[in-house]
Design a protein around this ligand. Structure first.
Ligand code: TMP
Ligand code: ASP
Length: 237
């Protein structure tokens, strides 16, 4: 049973439930970029992201990755485990794009093999700065054991997703994950969607993700719908 709102982020709202171990995560149509400086609303965005996230989290569970996903209770709402979130954004990069190209001498589209994994401190007031293990430990964000476990799980998730998306003619240049603690284990939390991944059409290189909004590249809803068509074709029947 859905109870009081616990918190509302930039694109999702989380509610308490009558079970203290479960939360409801609602995907909204709002979206922001550049630390909330750019804001908009896009019809059905919440729906497409929720459906994509549910499918990808289920795929990962099927491959043995523990996630917070339980079930969908509406088109845009999922029941998730009430994890203690670790304030680290785990970014995995397979192809250079975005801030990596802005900050370092990489060329957009350059293949990164092996993949690059970085940690950002999840803190809007600090601008989500990149951190290393020493900073994460000193800030008490996670233990050394947790950091190495997170790194290992993130790389496994990357292999699974790259392979799955390749079959759907999508490249995965990079994406962001969040992890949480639940019943003594580290599990995958948050979402995997067009808001948190770069998806490029494998044939044309076209962006089919939030970059369409960040850099005014065209019709955001059409891009998200196209990703949904490839990942969750069953919702279009
Ligand atoms: P970046 O190139 O802007 O650093 O983004 C790397 C990846 O992380 C990209 O797939 C988008 C995702 N991301 C988020 O999920 N949340 C954020 O706040 C940012 C900046 C990026
Ligand atoms: N999610 C971040 C924000 O809203 C940044 C981004 O995704 O570009 O500001």
């Amino acid at each position: 049973m859905k109870l009081l709102e616990l918190y509302s982020g930039k694109a999702k709202t989380v509610y308490k439930t009558d079970d203290p171990e479960k939360l409801i995560m609602e995907f909204r149509n709002s979206l922001t970029a550049f630390d909330g400086k750019k804001k908009s609303e896009a019809p059905k965005k919440g729906y497409y992201n929720a459906q994509i996230a549910a499918k990808l989290l289920t795929l990962l569970e099927d491959k043995g990755i523990k996630t917070h996903f339980n079930s969908m209770i509406s088109d845009t709402e999922m029941v998730v485990d009430a994890v203690d979130i670790i304030k680290i954004e785990v970014i995995v990069r397979n192809i250079a794009a975005g801030s990596l190209v802005r900050k370092y001498p990489f060329k957009t589209g350059q293949k990164l093999d092996p993949p690059i994994l970085v940690f950002d401190y999840k803190s809007d007031v600090h601008g989500d700065p990149m951190i290393n293990d020493d900073i994460a430990l000193a800030l008490g964000l996670a233990t050394g054991q947790e950091l190495s476990e997170i790194r290992e799980i993130a790389l496994s998730i990357n292999s699974i997703l790259v392979d799955y998306l390749d079959k759907r003619n999508l490249l995965l240049p990079d994406f962001k994950l969040e992890f949480g603690r639940y019943k003594g284990k580290i599990i995958l939390a948050d979402e995997i969607s067009c808001d948190t991944c770069r998806f490029w059409d494998k044939t044309t290189g076209e962006s089919l993700d939030k970059d369409v909004f960040r850099f005014d590249k065209g019709d955001l809803v059409a891009a998200y719908r196209e990703v949904a068509r490839r990942i969750v074709p069953e919702i279009f029947k």
